[in-house]
Each structure stands twice: as structure tokens, then as C-alpha cells.
Ligand binder design. Structure first.
Ligand SMILES: Nc1ncnc2c1ncn2[C@@H]1O[C@H](COP(=O)(O)OP(=O)(O)OP(=O)(O)O)[C@@H](O)[C@H]1O
Length: 325
């Protein structure tokens, strides 16, 4: 097989259909089902992720994207399913073993982690720590050498992600964008083959957007495979070689970004979520009554309140719905 010239070439001849076979898949999953009580959150027949590509996993709220991420990386248990990474079965394996095999996901900076210095957060990203084992006590020199190597790698990565000046600060002191950089840098501590990013753009100030995008593209340039869940369609369009779309637990579409975003199935899936059915007369009446009573309560607390018609406009303009997302 000839090596493709660009990431785009990786997808030449790949059909734009759910579950499409890839030229050189790194991750292959079959019949993955995860139920919560009566709700089937994930029901994926077949999906393949192309090695060396940036693949986006998108879909409306509640589509099952995070659950699929959790299941594939061993953080949640599937009811059934079989999946392989680099040809080896990893289904049913605990997260640390999945990470050791080379598939690593980013984590949101939890409350506990914000109370640790940046450098400690980085050290936590290492897998295969000999120090975790009982024989740490038997061969302390081996453990120390490993600790030193981890610190060295952490410092290099902090430098690369422009976080070196924050090395000893509490992670809680970082901005939203810096947190995302730290999450990505921490994932790289494990020297992964594939990186799974969970909403890398969430809460990022526009000033840092381009920096983050450049870092994600760098991962691909260094030969890694990237799979990311994201709601920011600009980012999806900008950096994805391929897009996989989920809705109601299933994969409903696959293809290059421009093809997927014009796919009626995808538009329907998003519209089904974003646009409620037209209001019935009773619903409309009830909403107007609610607005009226809110206004009356507000005006009761204000002396000589003079409610004009435009106050109704304000109330009606209260942001809500998916556009606010
Ligand atoms: N631990 C859980 N217990 C019960 N139901 C859950 C649990 N986790 C997820 N769900 C449900 O499973 C469905 C899929 O959720 P999931 O978070 O995977 O969707 P998503 O596509 O990641 O959504 P979003 O884009 O909003 O994060 C939703 O209906 C959700 O309420």
C-alpha cells in the first residue's frame, strides 16, 4: 500500500456511509451497546477510525458521544460489544491498560486536580509507573529514575504548550484555554498513539482558539491519531479530515465535514433537538400567563413601576434554547 501524501488522501474511496471501512483503521468497534435502565445511550453496529487522521465525533445533546468515549476507553462498561486498538482487543479492559496500549483520553480538570500544581497534574498523566507497584520498595533507584524522566518530559511539554511559567501554580489558577492546553499536554505524558479529546474548545477564549487548533494539528503531524468530541462546528470544519455523526445512540452519518454538514439525516438529527414543535394554543396561552405573572411580581417590588409594552418585549427576549449554547 502506497503511503498517502496528505491526511485527506487517507479517505480517498472511503464511502460516505455509517460504519464505512477505512484504509488503515487503528480503532475498530462492533456491536457496542450501553444501556442506562430503559435508555439505550449507545448502540453502535460498527465504526472504524482511520490511523493518522483527525476524526470528529459530533451529534446533538444526548446522542451518546461521551458514553461511547467512556466505554471505548474503559471508564464505563458496555452491556455488549467488541473493539480492537491496533489489532488487539481492548474491550472490557480497565482504563490504565487501554492507556498503556496507546489510546489516551483527555480529562476535564476536576475540582481535586485544580488544587494540585500544574507539574503534579502532568505527572499524573504518566502510565506504566513502576512506582505504583509493590517492588518500588525493592528497587527504589529504578523508581527514582522514572520519576526524573517523567518530570523532564512534563517540563518539555509545558514548554511546548506555553505553560512553563505556570509550572508551580495551582492548576485552578489557569484560564479556561490554559486548562484545555494542560489537559492535552497531560494526555501526551503517556506518549500515546491515539489521543481522544473531549470538547477541546469548551470554555476557550477566542484568543486561544487558533493556538489550540494548531496544537491538535501538531498531534496529527507527529503521527498521532486524534478523535475528538466537539460542539463547535467551526472547529470541526476547520481541522477534521473525517466526521462521524451520532444521534440517539447510533452512527447516522460519516464523511468529510462539508458532506456531513449538508447531509439531510444530520440536519434532521440536529433540528429534532434544536427546534421544538410549533406551540399549541394552550402552550402559548400558558407561556403568556407565566410572563404576565412574572412581570406583576417584579413590578410589585418597584415603587411606581410603570410597565410599558417594551417590558413585555424584554421578557420575551430572554435568551433560551439551543442558540444560547
Ligand atoms: N450515568 C448515566 N446514567 C443514566 N443516564 C445516562 C448516564 N450517562 C449518560 N446518560 C444518558 O445517556 C444519553 C447519552 O448521553 P451522553 O452524555 O453520552 O450524550 P452526548 O452525546 O455526549 O451529549 P452532550 O453533547 O450533551 O454531552 C443521554 O440521554 C444521557 O442522559
Amino acid at each position: 500500500m502506497n503511503a498517502p501524501a496528505t491526511a485527506h488522501d487517507l479517505f480517498t474511496d472511503v464511502p460516505h456511509t455509517p460504519g464505512a471501512p477505512k484504509r488503515d483503521p487503528i480503532l475498530v468497534a462492533d456491536n457496542v451497546v450501553r444501556r442506562f435502565g430503559g435508555l439505550t445511550a449507545v448502540d453502535v453496529d460498527h465504526v472504524e477510525i482511520q490511523r493518522g487522521s483527525i476524526t470528529a465525533l459530533i451529534g446533538p445533546n444526548g446522542a451518546g458521544k461521551t458514553t461511547l468515549f467512556n466505554v471505548l476507553t474503559g471508564f464505563d462498561r458496555a452491556n455488549s460489544g467488541h473493539w480492537t486498538f491496533q489489532g488487539r482487543r481492548i474491550s472490557g479492559q480497565p482504563p490504565y491498560r487501554v492507556a498503556r496500549s496507546g489510546m489516551v483520553r483527555t480529562f476535564q480538570l476536576t475540582k481535586a486536580l485544580t488544587r494540585l500544581p500544574v507539574i503534579e497534574n502532568m505527572r499524573l498523566g504518566t502510565t506504566g509507573q513502576l512506582g505504583e507497584r509493590a517492588w518500588r520498595a525493592v528497587f527504589p533507584w529504578m523508581w527514582r529514575r522514572q520519576e526524573e524522566a517523567a518530570t523532564e518530559r512534563a517540563e518539555e511539554l509545558l514548554e511546548r504548550f506555553n505553560l512553563a511559567q505556570m509550572r508551580d501554580e495551582y492548576a485552578g489558577a489557569l484560564s479556561g484555554g490554559q486548562r484545555k492546553l494542560l489537559e492535552m499536554a497531560r494526555a501526551l505524558m503517556a506518549e500515546p498513539t491515539m489521543v481522544m479529546l473531549d470538547e477541546p474548545m469548551a470554555g476557550v477564549n477566542p484568543a486561544l482558539t487558533q493556538t489550540l487548533l494548531a496544537h491538535v494539528k501538531d498531534l496529527r503531524a507527529m503521527g498521532m491519531t486524534v478523535l475528538f468530541v466537539e460542539h463547535d462546528m467551526d472547529m470541526v470544519r476547520d481541522i477534521s479530515d473525517w466526521v462521524v455523526v451520532m444521534a440517539e445512540g447510533h452512527i447516522v452519518s460519516e464523511g468529510p465535514p462539508e458532506v456531513v454538514m449538508a447531509d439531510p439525516v444530520v440536519i434532521d438529527a440536529y433540528l429534532g433537538q434544536h427546534h421544538d414543535a410549533p406551540l399549541t394554543e394552550e402552550d402559548e396561552e400558558r407561556q403568556l400567563t407565566d410572563i404576565d405573572s412574572t412581570l406583576q411580581r417584579t413590578s410589585a417590588g418597584v415603587e411606581h413601576a410603570d410597565i410599558h409594552d417594551d417590558t413585555h418585549d424584554d421578557a420575551a427576549a430572554t435568551p433560551s434554547g439551543p442558540e444560547a449554547r
